[in-house]
Design a protein around this ligand. Structure first.
Ligand code: TYM
Length: 396
C-alpha cells in the first residue's frame, strides 16, 4: 500500500514562535487580520504546503481547467493533494469528505467550500461523505440544547442538498444518528491518541468537558470509512477552510498505524464577516449573510457593511479605495464576478473611479438573486432528505 510520505504532522506545528502569536486558528476560534500575509504564516505555522503552479497544472491536465477559487488562491494550501491526484491519474479514485457543525443557520462562508466540493464531485465523479457533527456543537456550546441542535441539523441538511450534490454519490452522516457506522472506527482512532497530543493540538484544558476531549476521533472516523466501504485502502480528499486542519493532523499521524491512507486536504481561506474584523460566523448574525435571510435583510446587511473605501467621496476620488481589505469586493470576487470583471473592479476602486455605493448595490442585487434561487432549492430539498441519508446500502 503506497501511502503519502511519512511525516508526523503534529510535530510540524510552530506554536511557540513569536512570529505566529497574532494568529489563532482552531476549529472553534479564528483570530487574525485575514490578510494574505496571515495565510502565508499559517502555512508555516501548521506545516502545510502552498498550492504551487505545478499542482495547478496537474489539476488542469486532469480536468482541463482551473477552478476560479484555485486561480484566485481562495484555496491556498493543501496536504498531499499532489499524491492524491497522482493516485487518481493511475486509476485510483478518491472519496470526498466534508462537513458542518450545526450550531446555527448556514451562511455564505460555509457555502463556498461546499460549492467547490460539488465541483470536485462533478469533475472527478467522486463519492462524498458529508458529516454533521451535532454532538460536537451540543458539547461545545454551553447554551445549546439537544432540541435546538437537532432543529439546526434538519435545516442545514436542506442547505447541503440545495448545493446540488449528486444523490447517487453523496451520503450525509449525522453523528448521533449514524454513530454505529462511526464508533468502531472512532475507538480504534481514540486508542492511538494520547491526551497529551490532544491537549497540544486542540488546546484542551482541565476545564474542557470530557465530551469535547473525546470528540475528535468521531470527526476523524469518516476519513477511514471509505476504506471500509470499498474494502481496500481508499484515498480521501477533504475540502474545508483551514480551521479544521487540527482534526486532520491527528488523524494523519495515526492513519498508517491502522492500515489506512492519510486523508489529503485542500484548505480555503475564510470569508470575512461584513464587519471585516473576523471570519463570517453564525455567532455574529448581524455581520453574516444566511441562506435563510429574507432578501430585504440581505440588502440591509450589505448596505451597512464595512468597506475599504475612504471616509468621503472626494477622498475616495483622490486616494482610491482599498479593495484588498474590503469584504464587499471579496464577496463579489469569490461569488459573483468573473476574473475580468473582478480585475476591472479592482483597478477602478484603487484609482478612485469607483465608489463603494456601486459595489454594495452590485453585491446586494447579486446576493438577493442567489438567495432567492437557493431558497427554492432548499424547499425542493425537503422531498429528497431520505435519498441522502447514510445507510447500509451505501456501505455495502
Ligand atoms: P463548521 O460548521 O464550523 O463549518 C463548516 C465548513 O465551513 C467552513 N467555514 C468557512 N469557510 C470560509 N469562510 C468562513 N467564514 C467559514 N466558516 C466556516 C469550515 O471550514 C467547514 O469546512 N467540525 C466541523 C464539521 C465537520 C467538518 C468535517 C468540516 C465535520 N467533518 C470535515 C469540514 C470537513 C464544523 O463545525 O464546521
Amino acid at each position: 500500500m503506497e501511502g503519502p510520505p511519512h511525516t508526523i504532522d503534529t510535530n510540524n506545528i510552530n506554536n511557540s514562535h513569536d512570529n505566529y502569536k497574532d494568529i489563532v486558528v482552531t476549529p472553534w476560534e479564528v483570530f487574525g487580520d485575514l490578510e494574505d500575509k496571515m495565510y502565508t504564516k499559517l502555512i508555516e505555522k501548521f506545516g502545510t504546503q502552498a498550492i504551487t503552479h505545478d499542482l495547478i497544472e496537474k489539476f488542469k491536465k486532469l480536468i482541463g481547467e482551473i477552478h476560479p477559487l484555485i486561480k484566485s488562491q481562495y484555496f491556498f494550501s493543501h496536504r498531499d493533494l499532489d499524491w492524491l491526484l497522482t493516485k487518481y491519474e493511475n486509476g485510483d479514485p478518491f472519496y470526498l469528505y466534508t462537513g458542518r457543525g450545526p450550531s446555527g443557520f448556514v451562511h455564505l462562508g460555509h457555502i463556498l467550500p461546499w460549492l467547490f466540493t460539488k465541483y470536485l464531485q462533478d469533475k472527478f465523479g467522486s463519492k462524498l461523505l458529508f458529516q454533521l457533527t451535532d454532538d460536537e456543537k451540543f458539547l461545545y456550546n454551553p447554551g445549546a440544547t439537544r432540541e435546538t441542535i437537532s432543529e439546526y441539523t434538519s435545516e442545514n441538511i436542506l442547505d447541503i442538498i440545495a448545493v446540488g450534490f449528486n444523490p447517487n454519490l453523496t451520503r450525509i452522516i449525522i453523528d448521533t444518528k449514524h454513530i454505529n457506522y462511526l464508533y468502531p472506527l472512532a475507538t480504534e482512532i481514540a486508542k492511538k491518541i494520547t491526551f497529551s497530543t490532544a491537549k497540544a493540538v486542540f488546546g484542551f484544558t482541565n476545564t474542557t468537558n470530557i465530551g469535547m476531549i473525546g470528540f475528535p476521533p468521531i470527526q476523524a472516523a469518516p476519513c477511514f470509512l471509505p476504506s471500509l466501504i470499498e474494502k481496500k485502502p481508499t484515498p480521501v480528499l477533504i475540502p474545508a477552510a483551514i480551521d479544521q486542519d487540527p482534526y486532520w493532523r491527528i488523524t494523519r499521524d495515526i492513519a498508517a498505524k491502522l492500515g489506512f491512507y492519510k486523508p489529503a486536504q485542500i484548505h480555503s481561506k475564510f470569508l470575512p464577516s461584513l464587519a471585516r474584523i473576523s471570519k463570517m460566523s453564525s455567532s455574529r448574525p448581524e455581520t453574516a449573510i444566511f441562506t435563510t435571510d429574507e432578501p430585504e435583510i440581505v440588502e440591509k446587511k450589505v448596505l451597512s457593511s464595512f468597506t475599504g473605501g475612504q471616509a468621503t467621496v472626494s477622498l475616495q476620488k483622490k486616494l482610491g479605495g482599498n479593495a484588498d481589505i474590503c469584504p464587499v469586493y471579496g464577496y463579489l470576487k469569490y461569488f459573483f464576478d468573473n476574473e475580468k470583471e473582478s480585475l476591472e473592479r479592482y483597478i477602478r476602486c484603487k484609482s478612485g473611479n469607483l465608489l463603494c455605493g456601486e459595489c454594495k448595490s452590485d453585491l446586494a442585487n447579486n446576493t438577493k438573486t442567489f438567495i432567492i434561487d437557493f431558497k427554492h432549492k432548499r424547499e425542493k430539498a425537503k422531498d429528497k432528505v431520505k435519498d441522502f441519508m447514510f445507510d447500509e446500502k451505501f456501505s455495502s
